[in-house]
Ligand binder design. Structure first.
Ligand code: AMP
Length: 451
């Protein structure tokens, strides 16, 4: 096991760590330190609670020279304002004996106060993407000195639809910079972003144990299609005594909604769903209802289920087979907690066989395959994604991908959403209030001609 001494920090950092009572680096801190310190791009796969904030801040603070220049040199982007506050607090704790300036900015609060704070000079800026971009556009915030960009919780950020805003921000940052990203789950969106914008980043992930918890019984069904999966699920869930707290995982939002609609017919009062297109209130309510037993069944996407802390889950059902084996481990780890017994099923189709193989090789075990009960109807009906794709040639209208993250825009305020009526608006008002005709208005008679 490595120690903080192995990381060759400096006295101010050692003193701060002493004050915090931290004795040894966490695994992600030990593994990420040299990569971050080397200046290479990095992608860290780590969940909240693993000490990831210090994993990037320790090497950054060790190498950040004292400066009196006003423009920030380190930019940390996080998806929510709560996280801005939390990350700023962590950095401040670690900077207790260092003379640096840390500032957090986020939307929903007065931008002028933040402009003022920026004008006073900042070394490390922690921000949500929308507010950061707004501030950069005002030119009060200059990003030309940014040397290190950290994007924390990339998976959540992309799931919330921040992709376009991130790209806009990349555009105004200096090209020569170090990119450091952290994500709790690997998703296709994260992969695409990495490939599009980063220079062969080094991957650092805390060795996820491939050993499943012993108290989880895993089984697998081989199922031809979506509708048969729904039939099997309906069959299983109708035994409410056995399946008393069931967490169902799907990979993306559209599938979560589609599954919800199909199950809603049978389990209306017992069913809830969470994904990032649902409002935060809706999500919190759903989670609470599932936690307290009001709802027996919860459908969730990987990203949204990450922060769930729910005990006594009787069954985890993988409605699809995760592409990334780590996600499977995270999913099934939701049951069989606190020494209780848990059960998990994975539904796989023929095209998902490869994913199953990857999961099995990570776990170094085979998931026992069981037969679909005779009473479950095998459907031949296919959903859109399952039908063979016939590509149209040269159709200029692109097919809409409903799961593609949309632009993160805000509702216009009432004042700004008024239609611009141009000049005629003046005349309408004049007619309404019978204002005297203006001198020199040649068209007055034309407009007011009796019909
Ligand atoms: P994070 O994953 O960054 O949200 O950190 C989770 C918690 O672990 C925070 O409260 C940190 O202050 C704490 N922490 C970070 N590094 C260490 C460490 N080396 N030893 C003990 N606790 C730590």
């Amino acid at each position: 096991m490595s120690t903080f001494e192995d990381l060759n920090l400096n006295t101010p950092l050692y003193n701060a760590l002493d004050d915090l009572g931290f004795k040894t680096p966490t695994p992600i801190q030990a593994d990420a330190f040299n990569v971050v310190a080397s200046g290479k791009d990095m992608v860290g796969i780590a969940q909240t609670g693993t000490g990831k904030t210090f994993a990037y801040m320790l090497p950054i603070l060790k190498n950040l020279k004292f400066s009196t220049q006003e423009n920030p040199r380190v930019l940390v982007l996080v998806p929510t304002r709560e996280l801005v506050v939390q990350v700023v607090e962590e950095i401040e704790k670690l900077s207790k004996y260092i003379n640096n300036r840390v500032l957090g900015v986020y939307g929903g609060t007065n931008i002028n106060t933040q402009k003022q704070a920026i004008a006073n000079g900042v070394d490390i800026l922690v921000a949500t993407p929308g507010r950061l971009y707004d501030l950069a556009l005002t030119r009060v915030l200059q990003l030309k000195s940014i040397q290190k960009l950290v994007i924390d919780e990339v998976d959540v950020m992309l799931d919330l639809g921040f992709r376009h805003q991130l790209i806009n921000i990349f555009d105004i940052l200096p090209e020569k910079r170090q990119n450091i990203m952290f994500s709790a789950t690997m998703t296709q969106d994260v992969d695409v972003l990495i490939n599009d914008f980063f220079k062969s980043p080094e991957r650092v992930s805390i060795a996820l144990s491939g050993t499943p918890l012993e108290n989880i019984t895993q089984q697998r069904y081989n199922i031809p299609n979506f509708h048969t999966k729904v039939n099997l699920l309906t069959y299983l869930l109708s035994d409410s005594e056995t399946y008393n707290k069931v967490l169902i995982f799907v990979a993306y939002k559209k599938m979560a909604d589609r599954l919800f609609d199909n199950l809603d017919i049978h389990f209306k009062e017992e069913l809830c769903v969470i994904h990032s297109n649902k409002t935060q209130n809706y999500r919190l309510r759903s989670i609470e209802q599932f936690r307290n037993g009001e709802n027996r069944i919860l459908i969730a996407t990987d990203v949204m289920a990450r922060g769930l802390d729910i005990d006594n889950v009787s069954h985890v059902i993988n409605f699809d087979t995760p592409d990334y084996p780590e996600n499977y481990m995270h999913r099934i780890g939701r049951t069989g907690r606190a020494e209780r017994k848990g059960e998990s099923f994975v539904f796989s189709t023929e095209v998902e066989e490869d994913a199953i193989k990857n999961i099995e090789s990570l776990m170094k075990m085979t998931i026992p395959l069981i037969e679909i009960p005779d009473s479950v109807e095998i459907s031949t009906e296919l959903i859109e994604e399952e039908r063979p794709q016939i590509k149209e040639r040269n159709n200029p209208v692109k097919q809409k991908d409903e799961d593609a993250p949309g632009p993160a825009f805000h509702e216009k305020s009432e004042k700004n959403s008024k239609e611009n009526l141009g000049g005629s608006y003046k005349f309408k008002i004049a007619a309404k209030y019978k204002k005297p005709k203006t001198r020199g208005d040649k068209n007055y008679n034309k407009r007011n001609k009796k019909k």
